[in-house]
Design a binder for this molecule. Sequence first.
Ligand SMILES: *Cc1c(COP(=O)(O)O)cnc(C)c1O
Ligand SMILES: [Zn+2]
Length: 414
Amino acid sequence: MLKNVKCAKCVKCGKEYPATPDVTTCECGGILDIVYDYDYIKSRLTKEKLAARKDLTMWRYRELLPIEEETENTPLRVGNTPLYEEPRLAEMLGLGHLYVKDDGLNPTSSLKDRASAMAVAKAKEAGKDIIACSSTGNAASSLAGNAAAAGMKTYIFVPSRAPKGKVAQLLTFGATVVSVQGNYEETFELSSKAIDRWGWYNRNAAVNPYLSEGKKTVSLEICEQLQWKAPDYIAVAVGDGCTIGGVWKGLKDLYAIGFIDKLPRLISCQAEGCCPLNRAIEEKAPWHPMEENTLADSIAVGVPRNPDKALQAIEESHGLVVNVSDAEIMAAQKLLGSVCGLFGEPAGVTGTAGVKKLCEMGVLGKDDTVVTMISGNGLKDVENAIKAAGAPISCPNDMESLLKAFAANNVDAK
Ligand SMILES: *Cc1c(COP(=O)(O)O)cnc(C)c1O
Ligand SMILES: [Zn+2]
């Protein structure tokens, strides 16, 4: 029994279930949300207590997480990623204050580690030692890595088009990787059938309510790193919607226990070629599937798996939505790299691309403090990074040629 949790409640119909480690979805098909006992948490956790804590991983927020007191930390160091203030970039964009949270520095190089570490901890509590999921990339590689470190086996289902870098991570982490001859929808179906048949622990984003509880640690960290002074806005790249749902949950938790005294507004950033959730908000209509037409593979999600938590998060926070083109994503990648020395994959910089666009539109400006997150590392997808960054100067190995090459490329070497 979790002492800090009341129940798992359906976000669609409100039905409540006991928060067992392997609870999945509601009988109505809705995804569940973990409901906490904030009075209990307030009696156990204070800012001073947290400040004195030596554990710098995501597990430092135990009182706010749905795990048993005796459940051990997962082995990889998930969390404790840097939050950089970027005054020069803020100046360039015309923003008051800009902070960038580099979550690409997690162990398998994406924010998904926060959810996968949670899945590993819950699988242990459920007494399972095999975990499975279907995914095209970061969810899978983070699960494979975090499970390997905990001595657990993984079965991963990926569509045959999955990007090589991410498949390399999967195989290196020792997952059994099934490359399904079909699209993502079909891959998901096959994984569900296999999970039913063999009874593996299910880390599918559509099903497991604990994943967004892991992801929420990113907003807990952001607020702690800002000395509990919540920013005006937090920009999030949105695919399935689990991340933005988690970010919002973390903020609501901190507000409920009195650690922050205002709630930031969320900025939901999607790719123009695949923005079913933002479109639903813009049109004030139910969401509809879209094609997956963007180079940002991690947010190329035409059928979002966690739409309800995402749409609630945007609405409740009086959030903004913004869609960016692939060209704008590539420009943001180059900008973060060249101004801040930070390297994000295309989906990983989509939040920053959205903020830049909102600055250009005059929606954000001098009075605003904004946090963007880099949700995945640029080395995950080198091909697209090179497209965005341009080619090196090619030169024979003598000084004369170097002078010519510099002149031809307008390089002033002084
Ligand atoms: C998964 C992912 C996202 C989006 O998270 P969702 O929960 O799918 O909305 C954004 N960026 C990166 C790098 C990701 O891997
Ligand atoms: Zn329900």
